[in-house]
Design a protein around this ligand. Structure first.
Ligand code: ZN
Length: 402
């Protein structure tokens, strides 16, 4: 889509300037007004005016003094991260819970129960979980500003509709409208990989980066792409179905109709299937390995503890993941690959196997500058991502209101 290039009236200029100032504070805090003026190109008077208004509204505060260039020391300002709190709901993670977060992406408290059941998730389940979290002392003592929801599947972000999610057993569910009916707070919906990448861009490893790829590994695999400083979502918002890129044309059949997809070879489901097959072989039984379910996190934990069979399985999946990562690096030439989703920073056997497999395959010239790292958010990626999604919208509103 071509970028709109139209003239701006004075109201639009005002909003644009306020957004600019807010963004500079967020990414450089704590910061002096003089430094904000330098980074935004606005006059000192304009910056002073805007910052005073933000302080009046209570979401920016003064905090100590910066270095003096001669004369009085200038005051530093920063976002008052405790001044607003938000509800985040993660339907994509292994935990599927609601939580409260502050403006800095810190989890203040989390719901006790997992949302939904093995049969799937209903709107009533989500509403119950949100009500539970709104009833905590943390929510009652703060200023709740909205509800952010992370969902798996194919998502139409503009209408807040989940078009298809096998994990939730949803088809064409207008989830944003369905939740919004129950609450006065604004509700925002985002696809798991897009919001997880947003979390990295706002609070994590991709801060101030231009080209980064977030690899979401769970039962399935998908990617979020930050390209030339923008989250790339594709022509219809569905970019990133990396789990169905085939890396073994002779591999096992996939439900998508192809063979040897990333998802079949390198996901948590793949680890689970390999472990089930290994157990069955050890016991000398025959039959469908899918009949027995092995928790992939148990396999990852056993690999960390040094169990030889678990290590073999985890390394195998990690090597396949590395093949996919090398392909991504060769195509996109990113600065950073973030391994996240349901993968935890402590899954070092899996992460290291993926990293060394990727680096042994990538074109040296393309991959020499890339860093492959685990997301520091671990299983909270969906919650932190939902909060980043919400803050982005809320801060835009705050910048627009005077
Ligand atoms: Zn597939």
């Amino acid at each position: 889509m071509r970028q709109e290039q139209s003239g701006r009236n004075s109201v639009q200029v005002g909003i644009h300037n306020r957004q600019l100032v807010l963004d500079v504070i967020r990414t450089n805090q704590p910061i002096t007004r003089r430094e904000i003026a330098r980074l935004t190109g606005l006059t000192s008077a304009a910056v002073t005016n805007i910052v005073s208004n933000f302080i009046e509204q209570g979401f920016v505060r003064e905090v100590g003094y910066g270095r003096s260039g001669g004369g009085r020391k200038p005051k530093l300002v920063e976002l008052d991260k405790g001044s607003r709190i938000m509800v985040a709901v993660d339907l994509a993670g292994a935990d599927q819970i609601a939580a409260l977060l502050d403006m800095d992406g810190n989890v203040l408290c989390r719901g006790e129960r997992r949302i939904g059941s093995a049969k799937g998730v209903t709107v009533a389940d989500i509403v119950d979980a949100i009500n539970e979290i709104l009833d905590t002392p943390e929510a009652r003592s703060g200023q709740v500003v909205g509800i952010g929801v992370t969902t798996p599947g194919l998502v139409d972000a503009a209408t807040g509709t989940v078009l298809k999610s096998v994990a939730l057993n949803w088809f064409n569910v207008p989830i944003k409208a369905a939740i919004q009916k129950h609450f006065e707070y604004p509700v925002f919906i985002g696809k798991d990989t897009h919001v997880a990448l947003l979390a990295e861009e706002w609070y994590g490893a991709a801060k101030n980066m231009q080209n980064a790829i977030y690899l979401w590994v769970g039962p399935g695999i998908a990617i979020g792409m930050l390209l030339d400083g923008r989250v790339y979502t594709g022509s219809t918002g569905m970019a990133g179905e990396f789990g169905h890129v085939s890396i073994d044309y002779d591999g096992p059949a996939c439900k998508c109709g192809s063979w040897g997809c990333m998802e079949q070879m390198a996901s948590l489901r793949a680890i689970s299937s390999m472990a089930a097959k290994s157990d069955r072989d050890a016991e000398g039984h025959s039959g469908d390995p899918e009949e027995r379910y092995v928790d992939p996190f148990n396999v990852l934990d056993a690999a960390e503890a040094g169990d030889a069979n678990a290590r073999r399985i985890v390394h195998r999946a990690g090597e396949y993941l590395g093949v996919g990562i090398a392909n991504l690096i060769n195509v996109f030439n990113p600065e950073l690959i973030i391994l996240g989703g349901q993968i935890r920073p402590s899954d070092t056997e899996f992460i290291e196997a993926a990293r060394s497999s990727a680096m042994s395959r990538v074109l040296i010239e393309v991959g020499s500058a890339v860093t492959i790292t685990a997301s520091k958010f671990g299983r909270d990626a969906g919650l932190v991502g939902a909060s980043a999604l919400l803050w982005k919208e809320i801060l835009r509103d705050l910048a627009e209101s005077e």
